[in-house]
Design a protein around this ligand. Structure first.
Ligand code: FE2
Ligand code: FE2
Length: 551
């Protein structure tokens, strides 16, 4: 070989090397670009998955994205049962058979895949159960030719539908703790023509694995949020039930108020005409109002039990009328003894003795009736209480008034059984509700809960409590809750201090309150016109209370 030939050969080899290098660089570039594209796609999917709050929609997105990635004709998403013993069908899709089941279309009722056999051994013959139990990925080019798994179910499905299941990729979904929370099964990857079924490539297997991890994180986040929400709601209901339990008479008050509040709010939402046509509470706003309703009386946790349902005027931890009964008996005995000592002639004075006893009996009966608080006290009745109180009895050799000042004050309560101090204690529960709830870090979408709950005794005319807010300061939600609370209280059965009113009496009182702008007249109009009170009466009132037509 001469020098020229050698130079030529060297140049050719250099060219070939350069060409090869260029090709390698181009391949690397293409590969990197592809990888970048896939990573970007995965990131986008990850963001979309974690933003989806609806779990059914999330299930659908997971399968749809996995199918797109791998160009798979079919896909099944299984979710692990709470007891980790079976896989439940969440989504089943097969494009060529036009099958779309589960997710937003409703639950799939197919029998779940059991992870353990009857003899408690792991069910490794079912490919999805195997993946769920071992965490391994299974990639099968043709299920009919594969060994080791039982595809009888797949074959019988094919026989019924004329489908041919071929390539299959089964990937576990592991959460942040590496627990398997579901299985992703993809069926029949299609080649570039879109018709031929080809095996799932290693790349698509890797990408599906990454997608399954993203999906698992999104799913477990979604679950965690729902579990926390459930826990919070159950906790709230438990607190409400505890407060209702403080009184045997108000049991169920909070539940009934919460349900009635929601009836009214949903009716406001339904209105297409009139003053509520433009109002639409979102699902989050409805939830916020419902939680406020469940918590509205939480402040009663600090109200003494005897005040919550003080049945008689003299009741504290026991009914003081029994003390009075004893004192009257004592006065009777003392009168008798005095008469015997002074006159020493009992037989001739039996008429006088009887008269004294009859008077004492009358006076005690009057005080007994007064103590019940069922009648409004007139000025004369109050004077009579004071006159009786002036009577004396001898205690430890001293003459003492028959009734204490406190007893006179209580018996002379003009209406009901609560004295002014006790009335303030009762009223204070609304302020305590605010105090308790405003300290809780409610999430943003529930941030109005303390406001709605703590304003349930406020009135549009500014005469409510605890803050005396006026119409401009009261939201529609607060007004709804306030009206529900009043209607429930008016119609409640079996309270010791107030008789259960009939439906017509309750509606009459409510109409007076609406005229006085104590409650919202527009809302009361809706309450009446749309028959919300009738639905409530059918559900909650005793038959003898229902005295209006239409129920
Ligand atoms: Fe209240
Ligand atoms: Fe209440």
């Amino acid at each position: 070989m001469n020098g020229q030939d050698a130079d030529h050969r060297c140049a050719t080899e250099n060219n070939q090397t350069n060409h090869l290098l260029n090709r390698i660089v181009a391949e690397i570039q293409r590969f990197t670009e592809d990888q970048m594209k896939q990573i970007k796609r995965l990131t986008r999917i990850g963001t979309a998955l974690s933003a989806e709050q609806n779990i059914e929609r999330l299930f659908e997105m997971i399968i749809e994205e996995a199918r797109k990635f791998t160009n798979a004709d079919g896909g099944t998403l299984y979710i692990m049962s709470d007891d980790n013993r079976e896989l439940q069908f969440a989504i089943v899709q097969t494009e060529t058979l036009k099958i779309r089941m589960g997710g937003t279309g409703g639950k799939i009722t197919w029998t779940p895949v059991r992870l353990y056999n009857a003899d408690a051994t792991p069910n490794h013959s079912n490919v999805s159960a195997y993946v769920a139990l071992t965490g391994n990925i299974v990639n099968i080019p043709d299920v009919y030719a594969s060994e080791g798994f039982d595809f009888k179910g797949t074959r019988s499905f094919d026989a019924q539908t004329g489908y041919r299941s071929k390539s299959m990729l089964v990937v576990p979904m592991k959460d942040h703790r590496n627990d398997i929370i579901g299985v992703l099964q993809l069926l029949n990857a299609r080649g570039d023509s879109g018709k031929d079924v080809v095996p799932f490539t290693y790349e698509s297997q890797e990408m599906t694995e990454s997608l399954a991890s993203l999906a698992a994180v999104a799913l477990s986040n979604n679950r965690l949020i729902r579990e926390l929400e459930n826990l919070m709601e159950s906790f709230i209901r438990a607190i409400a039930a505890t407060i209702d339990e403080k009184s045997p008479y108000t049991g169920g008050h909070v539940r009934r108020v919460a349900e009635l509040t929601m009836d009214i709010a949903r009716k406001v939402n339904d209105m297409e005409q009139g003053s509520y046509a433009e109002v639409h509470f979102s699902d989050d706003e409805l939830k916020e109002l419902q939680i406020a309703a469940w918590l509205h009386d939480v402040g009663k946790i600090t109200t003494p039990e005897y005040v919550i349902d003080k049945a008689t005027k003299l009741e504290t931890v026991y009914d003081g009328i029994e003390l009075l009964r004893l004192r009257f008996a004592l006065v009777g005995i003392q009168e008798e003894m005095r008469r015997l000592q002074c006159q020493r002639a009992p037989a001739s004075d039996s008429g006088e003795s009887n008269a004294v006893h009859a008077q004492l009996e009358d006076e005690f009966r009057f005080l007994y009736e007064t103590n019940l608080g069922s009648e409004r006290m007139s000025d004369e009745m109050m004077d009579h209480v004071r006159a009786i109180a002036a009577r004396t009895c001898e205690v430890d050799g001293k003459q003492e008034a028959l009734l204490t000042e406190k007893e006179v004050e209580n018996l002379n309560i003009r209406q009901g059984t609560l004295n002014p101090a006790e009335r303030e204690i009762v009223k204070n529960h609304a302020a305590v509700t605010h105090k308790i709830l405003s300290q809780l870090p409610f999430p943003k979408k529930l941030r109005h809960v303390p406001e709605y709950a703590a304003t349930h005794h406020e009135a549009l005319n500014g005469k409510g409590y605890p803050r005396g807010l006026d119409a401009g300061q009261l939201s529609l939600q607060s007004r709804i809750l306030a009206m529900a609370d009043i209607f429930e209280a008016l119609t409640a059965k079996d309270r010791p201090y107030a008789k259960a009113r009939t439906l017509s009496e309750a509606m009459h009182i409510m109409s007076i309150m609406a005229n006085d702008r104590h409650i919202d007249p527009g809302l009361f109009d809706l309450f009446k016109r749309e028959g919300i009170y009738l639905d409530y009466a059918r559900r909650e009132l005793a038959p003898q209370q229902i005295d209006l037509p239409g129920v």
